[in-house]
Design a protein around this ligand. Structure first.
Ligand SMILES: CC(C)(COP(=O)(O)OP(=O)(O)OC[C@H]1O[C@@H](n2cnc3c(N)ncnc32)[C@H](O)[C@@H]1OP(=O)(O)O)[C@@H](O)C(=O)NCCC(=O)NCCS
Length: 186
C-alpha cells in the first residue's frame, strides 16, 4: 500500500482551535505529555509550570495567527487528537508540524491521518512545499505512521531535548508529491 491509504480516515472531522478553546488545548496537551513523555520536546513539568497568563498569551498569538493553527479531533466535546502546524519563518517554503497526538483509545481509527491531511490542507495555500517535523527514534509506531503518510525519515541525529539521550529523526513530507487533495488514495 502507498502513502495516505488508511481510507478509514476520510470521514473524520477535524476542527481548528479558537481563542476561547484554551481549556481544550490544555486538556489534550496535558494528556499527550503525561501519556507519551518521550514523544515530545516539551515536558509535562514545563507545560504545567507555565502561568495561566503565559499560556494564554502563547495560545492567543498562536491560534490568532494567519500562518499557524492548532487542529483537534473531538468526541462528545472532548479532544481525542491534536496537532499544530505553521509556516517556518526561516524559510516560508517550509512548514512545520508539531504536537501530533491521538489518545490511546482513539488510535488506529484514522484520526492521526486525518489531522495530517488537514495540516497539509492548511499549509498548501500558504505556498508551503515541504512539511518538516521531528520524531523520536524509539517511537516505532509514530515513525511507521509518518512513513506510511509519505514522509522521508532522516537518520537519528539530534537529541529530544537538552539533557536527554533520546535521538530523534528529522522527517519531511514533500507536499508537491501529493495529489491535489493532499491525500493520495484516501
Ligand atoms: C502516531 C499517532 C499520532 C498515530 O495516530 P493514529 O490515529 O493511531 O494513526 P492512524 O489511525 O491515522 O494511522 C494511519 C496509518 O499509520 C500507520 N500506523 C499508525 N500507528 C501505527 C503503529 N503504532 N504502528 C505501525 N503503524 C502505525 C498504519 O499504517 C495506519 O493505518 P492502518 O491502521 O490502516 O494500518 C499515535 O499513535 C500517537 O499519538 N502516538 C503517541 C504520540 C506520538 O508518538 N506522536 C508523534 C510525535 S512526533
Amino acid at each position: 500500500m502507498g502513502p495516505w491509504m488508511p481510507g478509514s480516515s476520510s470521514s473524520v472531522v477535524i476542527r481548528r482551535l479558537q481563542q476561547h478553546d484554551l481549556h481544550l488545548y490544555r486538556a489534550i496537551r496535558t494528556e499527550a505529555l503525561a501519556t507519551e513523555p518521550d514523544a515530545f520536546g516539551e515536558t509535562l513539568e514545563a507545560f504545567a509550570g507555565r502561568t495561566e497568563e503565559e499560556l494564554r498569551d502563547w495560545f492567543t498569538r498562536h491560534v490568532g495567527a494567519r500562518d499557524a493553527v492548532i487542529l483537534v479531533k473531538e468526541r462528545d466535546g472532548v479532544p481525542v487528537g491534536m496537532c499544530g502546524c505553521g509556516l517556518y519563518h526561516l524559510d516560508p517554503r517550509d512548514g512545520y508540524l508539531w504536537g501530533m497526538f491521538v489518545s490511546p483509545s482513539a488510535r488506529r481509527q484514522g484520526v492521526g491521518a486525518a489531522l495530517l491531511r488537514e495540516a497539509v490542507a492548511f499549509l498548501r495555500p500558504l505556498g508551503v512545499r515541504r512539511m518538516r517535523a521531528r520524531v523520536t527514534a524509539s517511537n516505532r509506531g509514530a515513525v511507521e505512521f509518518y512513513r506510511r503518510a509519505g514522509f522521508a525519515v532522516g537518520p537519528p541525529e539530534e537529541r529530544l531535548r537538552e539533557g536527554s539521550e533520546i535521538p530523534v529523526h528529522a522527517i519531511e513530507l514533500d507536499l508537491r508529491d501529493l495529489g491535489r487533495a493532499g491525500a493520495r488514495g484516501a
